[in-house]
Design a protein around this ligand. Structure first.
Ligand SMILES: Cc1cc2nc3c(=O)[nH]c(=O)nc-3n(C[C@H](O)[C@H](O)[C@H](O)COP(=O)(O)OP(=O)(O)OC[C@H]3O[C@@H](n4cnc5c(N)ncnc54)[C@H](O)[C@@H]3O)c2cc1C
Ligand code: FES
Length: 265
């Protein structure tokens, strides 16, 4: 079931340098959304762009949800100005959800605002499932989670100002030896270059890996074909358009590493 709701802003604040978290009310969608699914937001009734803006849920309970966003354009700049009590028109939940392997430990990698769907998954499985959370950013000021290896929570920074120096892929490899991955599966969302490095590594070493692809989207409902990703189709199959391409808004955003040809979209 997909709902169209008018959500009220409960809270909206900067949680790290130029990273914002909005908490919104929800009558229905937050009850049924599964970690990994996304919503499409019309940030204000006067928004003059045709297309809504897709956002992942970073938290959900029975009557509210949170998003984590970086203001980069008109839509997210309107979100930044949301005040308590403002309204936003939301459609969701959309797309597929993370599929968690019950018998494997989870390595969760979230880079930048890609941490949003990773945090929602972490909160959902952490009490029942051995999990290792990695959060990567360029520098210390962009972090809002503490580095706490005793609790299997690691942060990384490109400039080494906090946590492990390097990108998320390097941080993960500094903690785990190649043999450690046999009983683990990876869940990743973040910058395309980092995701592509993780995708290639997983495919090369036959490691189970789930990717949340955040392509540029327009309609969000399977009409415009603006969110295609080339899949690793069976070469012998008939080469039709739908055999060759997936629509991230309808078929995704979650894919296994061996299902898509690249994360560089
Ligand atoms: C499934 C999904 C989940 C997402 N979840 C989040 C989230 O949790 N938090 C968050 O901050 N963002 C998220 N995004 C990305 C966000 O929806 C876009 O960045 C959105 O376009 C921002 O709207 P805007 O009006 O502020 O900027 P726009 O005016 O739409 O874009 C500003 C600039 O960013 C570029 N751009 C837009 N989208 C992307 C993209 N996906 N990748 C790279 N460049 C892009 C545009 O080409 C343009 O140059 C998600 C996207 C998808 C598809
Ligand atoms: S965004 Fe239009 S088809 Fe996916």
């Amino acid at each position: 079931m997909i709902y169209n709701e008018i959500s009220k802003v409960i809270d909206n604040k900067e949680i790290a340098e130029n990273i914002f978290e909005a908490h919104l009310s929800s009558d229905n969608l937050s009850k049924i959304a599964k970690p990994g699914q996304f919503i499409n937001i019309l940030p204000s009734s006067s928004f003059d762009k045709t297309m809504r803006r897709p956002m992942s849920l970073s938290y959900q309970d029975s009557n509210s949800f949170k998003i984590i966003y970086k203001p980069i354009g008109d839509g997210t700049r309107i979100m930044r100005s949301w005040k308590e009590g403002d309204s936003a028109d939301i459609i969701g939940p959309l797309g597929n959800a993370w599929e968690v392997s019950k018998n494997k430990e989870a390595i969760l990698l979230g880079g930048g605002v890609g941490i949003a769907p990773i945090l929602n998954l972490y909160n959902n499985i952490e009490s029942t499932h051995p999990s290792h959370l990695f959060f990567g950013a360029r520098k210390k000021e962009e972090h809002f989670i503490d580095h706490n290896p005793d609790k299997n929570i690691y942060i990384s920074t490109d400039d080494g100002s906090a946590g492990i120096k390097g990108n998320l892929f390097e941080a993960m490899k500094s903690i785990f030896d190649i043999n450690d991955f046999k009983d683990k599966s990876i869940y990743v969302c973040g910058p395309p270059m980092m995701m592509e490095a993780v995708r290639k590594f997983s495919v090369e070493h036959d490691i189970e890996c789930h990717l949340a692809l955040e392509t540029i989207m327009a309609c969000g409902i399977g009409i415009c074909q603006g969110c295609t990703v080339e899949k690793c189709s069976d070469e012998s199959s008939t080469d039709t358009y739908r055999n060759k391409y997936e629509l991230v808004c309808m078929d995704g955003p979650i894919y296994k590493a061996n299902e898509v040809k690249t994360c560089l979209l």
